[in-house]
Design a protein around this ligand. Structure first.
Ligand code: OFO
Length: 165
């Protein structure tokens, strides 16, 4: 069984994952309509991933006898100032999500909730990959440069980002 505090933290995390999913969908929309097709696909995929994370937490709360709360998401932005800004925000989002999982894990330690702690391990591994991909995408902006056909090149390389454990 989950303590009230852990249950509420997990529900907050469900909301954060849903927020991430909507955010990435907004980023996909921006990239799509500005001609960055590979990046649009990258964010469509990320959006789906976040939905899966949301549902993984959702089912866990229910399996542990808790009440999973379907989150209400609003205030998702539509416009971005630049191609690079989209990826800067994506990286910030992933760093914030990792921190949020760390905070939940710290609470689990305090309460000796080793079951949830073990469950959270999967997410830490996943965050390692997601932060890597976001960081790598941003590196491309510096490596390739945005001038001339640079942004078009960067977009093509986004599709090739690979993570190996
Ligand atoms: Fe990438 O945030 Fe979910 O876990």
């Amino acid at each position: 069984l989950l303590s009230t505090e852990i249950e509420s933290s997990l529900n907050q995390q469900i909301k954060k994952e849903a927020h991430s999913s909507s955010l990435y969908l907004a980023m996909a929309s921006w990239c799509d309509r500005n001609g960055f097709d590979s990046s649009a696909q990258y964010f469509y995929d990320q959006s789906e991933e976040e939905r899966k994370h949301q549902m993984k937490l959702f089912h866990y709360v229910l399996d542990m006898g808790g009440t999973a709360i379907s989150p209400d998401i609003n205030n998702i932005k539509i416009e971005y100032m630049s191609f690079r800004e989209v990826f800067e925000e994506a990286l910030e989002q992933e760093i914030a999500i990792t921190q949020s999982f760390k905070n939940i894990a710290a609470k689990c330690h305090k309460e000796q909730d080793f079951v949830t702690l073990e469950f959270l391990n999967w997410f830490f591994k996943e965050q390692r990959e997601e932060e890597f991909k976001a960081r790598r995408a941003l590196e491309l902006f510096d490596l390739i440069g945005e001038a001339g056909t640079g942004r078009w090149e960067i977009d093509r390389h986004i599709a090739k980002i690979k993570y190996s454990e």
